[in-house]
Design a protein around this ligand. Structure first.
Ligand code: SAM
Length: 489
């Protein structure tokens, strides 16, 4: 696929705060923006694997709606700057802050450019409307759509199939050859003022919505006649020529991502691919540039790639960036390679915190995810009750067994990983891991830290002699230098 702009790199995931990353993009360079920022809610929206450490920082930052809007405003200003005049901007949110978001976006994008408030019915029943609660179930999200300023913004009208009931009640007539049709009005309401012409059709003088020439063609085609039960000529609309019903602003036909669905990555805020595909089909064309500046596990990027669009993704979480890169590689079969990207194929991830210094400053939860994923393991989905184990490595050849209770319940062939974002892992840390390994009946485990005290190393040796259980101590430096492959075996 050719590069659409020499000023802009596409098929790139940028890891970092979008406020900083967006400043690197030129003005008016993208065709479609979709964002699904963490909401101002106490739902675990920002949480990657659904646990508490990130939630706390989220709550601190988004203490009030005002704080949320203040957080979003400069980011939306940047997004408005990079959007082309012919582009579109979708902001995905829900009842927690949607009314404040609308006011903010009117100010930034311009009230006149507001096109739609889309209601996406994401579930049929919701746990916030339990028996006894005194409000209606909150089952929908809201998407605000703004155009970039030009009346000529990209718009590909989508249609939904006609329902069986509609076909039965409206397409009640059948031609001798079996074609179903309905009669439709031909008269021109509003008369001459609306540009309709006055003339005679099949003996009836009226204002008609077609010119005499076009009407003559329709009559010659056999499309115009006086219906059996009427007196005024009408036009036949054939079912096989119908495009369907133009898509309206209430979307209740797209189910959320079910935890058992093939596309599910177990990420609580993951949006369905179908939702993103609908948005991208409507508001962009092939090779246009799609930007998601809060891209989570990369649903918009996968949808854009599937539909032959160019894309740019930004996310502040290194874990999210790593997971979405894996998704693009496995689902879209897109290679992650600087070399291929240079010649217009594949994609790249930029600005991941690769240095020890950066790894010391990322949140502990991110650090644990980074370390476990770097070892080829799977981080724990929850951190509560992890019993001193942050992730698991499955030796090559072992397969996860069937899912139980939504938690991955793996077969018994795995190695525990413990991660500490500390300079010197000490003897007490090793003691705790030993206890966890004994409880889990493991023969081998991995411990990641920036460095290990000599006491810690001695204890690892003693533990092996005593229990024949081995703990492999890995430093961050070793992981970064990729010198650990032989020790993982
Ligand atoms: C609700 S999730 C997006 C989910 C996504 N639509 C999907 O389907 O996977 C929000 C994402 O925004 C990211 N995020 C939060 N603050 C950010 C910031 N300042 N810059 C970039 N990304 C940010 C979070 O890390 C999280 O992955």
């Amino acid at each position: 696929m050719a590069k659409p702009s020499s000023l802009l790199d596409t098929r790139v995931i940028y890891c970092g705060d979008n406020l900083e990353q967006l400043k690197k993009l030129p003005d008016a360079c993208v065709d479609l923006i979709y964002i699904d920022p963490p909401f101002n809610s106490n739902r675990n929206y920002e949480v990657f694997w659904g646990e508490t450490k990130e939630k706390r920082s989220f709550e601190d930052r988004h203490e009030s709606t005002q704080a949320y809007i203040e957080f979003m405003r400069p980011r939306c200003v940047e997004l408005a700057r990079v959007l082309k005049k012919t582009g579109s901007f979708y902001y995905h949110c829900d009842w927690h802050a949607s009314h404040y978001v609308k006011v903010m976006l009117d100010q930034i994008m311009g009230e006149d450019n507001f096109q739609n408030e889309i209601v996406w019915k994401r579930s049929s029943a919701h746990s916030d409307a339990k028996q006894g609660s005194k409000h209606f179930g909150r089952v929908h999200d809201v998407l605000f759509l703004y155009s970039g300023g030009s009346d000529d913004y990209t718009w590909n009208q989508l249609y939904l199939p006609l329902s069986d009931e509609y076909v039965e009640s409206h397409y009640t007539n059948v031609e001798p050859d079996g074609r179903r049709f309905r009669w439709d009005n031909l008269t021109g309401p509003g008369g001459a003022a609306k540009g309709n012409a006055f003339y005679e059709v099949l003996g009836v003088k009226k204002f008609w919505r077609y010119s005499p020439e076009n009407m003559a063609e329709l009559i010659a085609d056999g499309r115009v006649a006086i219906p059996p039960k009427g007196k005024i000529p009408a036009i036949k609309r054939y079912l096989d020529k119908s495009l369907g019903v133009p898509l309206q602003s209430v979307w209740d036909d797209l189910p959320p991502v079910n935890s058992q669905a093939k596309e599910s990555l177990g990420y609580p805020t993951q949006k369905p691919l179908q939702l993103l595909e609908r948005i991208i089909r409507t508001s962009s064309n092939e090779n246009d540039i799609v930007l998601d500046a809060f891209c989570g596990c990369g649903t918009a990027l996968v949808a854009a790639q599937n539909l032959n669009r160019q894309w740019i993704g930004i996310d502040v979480s290194p874990t999210a960036c790593t997971v979405m890169a894996k998704r693009l590689r496995s689902v879209c079969k897109l290679p992650e390679s600087e070399k291929l990207w240079q010649i217009g194929r594949g994609f790249v991830v930029r600005d991941l915190p690769w240095t020890e210094k950066q790894l010391r400053t990322i949140p502990p939860f991110e650090f644990e995810n980074w370390a476990v994923i770097a070892l080829g393991g799977i981080p724990n989905k929850t951190q509560v009750g992890d019993m001193g184990i942050d992730g698991r490595i499955f030796p090559v050849g072992s397969e996860p067994s069937a899912k139980k209770d939504e938690q991955l319940d793996f077969m018994d062939d795995w190695y525990p990983v413990q991660v500490k974002q500390m300079d010197k892992v000490g003897r007490p840390d090793i003691d705790m891991f030993e206890a966890a390994m004994m409880r889990a009946k493991r023969k081998k485990g991995f411990f990641v830290g920036f460095d290990f005290s000599s006491d810690a190393m001695l204890e690892i040796g003693r533990f092996f002699k005593r229990e024949h259980i081995s703990i492999v101590a890995l430093t961050v430096r070793e992981i970064l230098d990729e010198t650990i492959a032989h020790r993982l075996a």
